[in-house]
Ligand binder design. Structure first.
Ligand code: URA
Length: 188
């Protein structure tokens, strides 16, 4: 399965029925943003607001993500935002391994088509899916990982920050590293 454009991939994804999540979800949340973005951010799965509006990170975690981006002088339109799972799991449970397996081709192709220089992995699921199944977010966050041509930075998910304020400081440290690398890319 090879797609030439994000739009082609999106149209295919909107028709997907590879797992049962599509049956309980209102709609597929493909992802959005700048198709030529230098930076892509990848979360877990749509929540209630995302499922309702068809857009990623528009609920409480998304509002916090917008603030974090603003703190490094970025607007969400400048980056590309997506999730590992494109359909909302019932009651916001974690997507199951089989659901992640069914969906991962979409995020992989989004990465291939956008070719960002930096990929921010928001939380454990994105880190386990795109780095290594045994990856631990608490150990890996804050460390750059080079995978193929991409620099990946795992950090805590914004929803985790809403539950635990002590994670704010480490996430800010991680985004300062991201800001510095973005600056270096611009100047290069
Ligand atoms: N949490 C996520 O991981 N993704 C969203 O789109 C919203 C909340």
């Amino acid at each position: 399965m090879e797609f030439k454009t994000l739009e082609e991939l999106k149209q295919h994804c909107l028709q997907c029925s590879a797992c049962d999540l599509r049956k309980s979800a209102t709609q597929v949340v493909f992802g959005e943003g700048n198709p030529n973005a230098t930076m892509m951010l990848i979360g877990e799965a749509p929540g209630a607001q995302e499922d309702k509006l068809g857009r990623p990170f528009v609920g409480p975690a998304g509002q916090l993500l917008d603030k974090i981006l603003a703190a490094i002088n970025l607007r969400r339109e400048e980056v590309y935002i997506a999730n590992i799972a494109k359909c909302r799991p019932p009651r916001n449970r974690l997507p199951r391994p089989a659901e992640v397996a069914a969906c991962r081709k979409y995020v992989e192709q989004q990465i291939e088509l956008i070719k960002p220089q930096i990929i921010v992995l928001l939380g454990a699921l994105a880190t386990k899916t795109l780095v290594h199944p045994d990856a631990r977010i608490t150990r890996m966050r804050g460390n750059w990982i080079k995978k193929e041509e991409y620099w990946m930075m795992p950090t805590f998910h914004p929803a985790a920050l809403l539950r635990d304020a002590s994670k704010k400081r480490p996430v800010w440290e991680d985004f300062k590293q991201i800001r510095d690398r973005l600056q270096a890319i611009d100047c290069g």
